[in-house]
Design a protein around this ligand. Structure first.
Ligand code: PMV
Length: 336
């Protein structure tokens, strides 16, 4: 069997996944919509199946990974092995081109690169739906990172998860002028992992039911805004949706709070910017952490970056474009 190396990038949801109907298979209660990032931020992963191994080996950024990280890697490898009809264990090395604790989630890019490299190393010619399902076994949001450009994760209804995977809404080239200005406000690991946070919300929040009720219409509206490159609608929906997710988090018992004072200062600054422009020209979204992703048009990206860097507590900004999704790297770029 061959060694295979792939590069993948994170994605940022503008309609978010929060809540699992099956936590073993990472099946969501609602669909979600995201933009895959360009290679400003990426993960490179090399996989080799080796008959001499008695268990999977996983190295992250040059060091043996923690056992719980290796378990998640094995879940993706198990899904690939099952489909390929093999039992061979694998050696996996993965490296982020950004510090893992930089406040940028590396799980989506990591598991997407792993799914692609593992399927390839196993000699499979897997389509995007299979790759998306493999990546989903590592972390739910990773299933959208195997798709370039704009992706929709179809929640699916089947108990085995076979209809729960991401599809492309439009390629990156469809909306080249869209920019995501990332503001890093906190480099620490999150206090409550998304798995536990989701359980607390599903069990404890009455508002969550209302969130799910409105989801199908929101997803339709967001897809429409993307297909029409309608920036004000895209931004307005993204901001409302981000706040809605953080509202159901706060409505959990005990309340889950991922945003901090700097996040709120960013929200205020974006609304002031829009008021000055006389239109909605920028819009934020926050995942399970305090770092902001501020979407805007190319012509405003520099001004937004300057504005964000002027906010006390913002450590750094990174400007991203929509990206093309995972790609195979030549053998000389393998990590071992
Ligand atoms: O895939 P996970 O378990 O890392 O959960 C991700 C959840 C959010 O980032 C908050 C939302 C999303 O859809 O990416």
């Amino acid at each position: 069997m061959e060694k295979s190396t792939w590069l993948a990038t994170p994605n940022i949801a503008v309609v978010k996944y929060w809540g699992k109907r099956d936590s073993a298979l990472n099946l969501p209660y609602n669909g979600s919509v995201s933009v895959t990032m360009d290679e400003a931020v990426s993960t490179r992963t090399t996989v080799e199946f080796d008959a001499r191994l008695s268990h999977d080996l996983f190295c992250l950024n040059g060091k043996a990974a923690r056992p719980e990280e290796t378990v998640r890697v094995s879940r993706v490898l198990d899904a690939v092995r099952k489909k390929a009809g093999i039992k061979t264990r694998a050696k996996v090395h993965s490296e982020n081109n950004f510090p893992t604790a930089a406040g940028i989630a590396s799980s989506a890019s990591g598991f997407a690169a792993l799914a692609c490299a593992a399927a390839d190393a196993a000699g499979m010619r897997a389509g995007s739906a299979s790759l998306s399902r493999f990546a989903r076994m590592g972390s739910g949001s990773a299933c959208r990172s195997v798709i370039g450009g704009f992706a929709e994760w179809k929640k699916g209804v089947k108990a085995d998860g076979s209809d729960s995977y991401a599809v492309q809404i439009a390629p990156a080239s469809h909306w080249q002028k869209l920019r995501n200005v990332i503001a890093i406000t906190d480099a620490g690991r999150k206090l409550i992992g998304s798995d536990l946070g989701m359980q607390m919300t599903v069990q404890g929040s009455a508002l969550y039911k209302e969130r799910l009720r409105k989801m199908p219409a929101l997803i339709r509206g967001m897809k429409h805004a993307i297909l029409a490159c309608d920036l004000p609608s895209f931004l307005s929906l993204a901001m409302k949706e981000s706040s809605n997710m953080h509202a159901v988090m706060l409505d959990s018992t005990p309340p889950i709070v991922y945003l901090n004072d700097i996040s709120y200062a960013i929200m205020r600054a974006v609304h002031e910017f829009n008021a000055q422009q006389g239109k909605v020209a920028a819009g934020y979204t926050f995942d399970a952490g305090p770092n902001a992703h501020v979407y805007t048009a190319e012509r405003h990206a520099k001004a937004i970056a300057r504005m964000l860097e002027g906010i006390k507590g913002v450590k750094k900004t990174i400007v991203c474009r929509p990206g093309n999704g995972p790609r195979r790297l030549p053998e000389k770029e393998a990590l071992f």
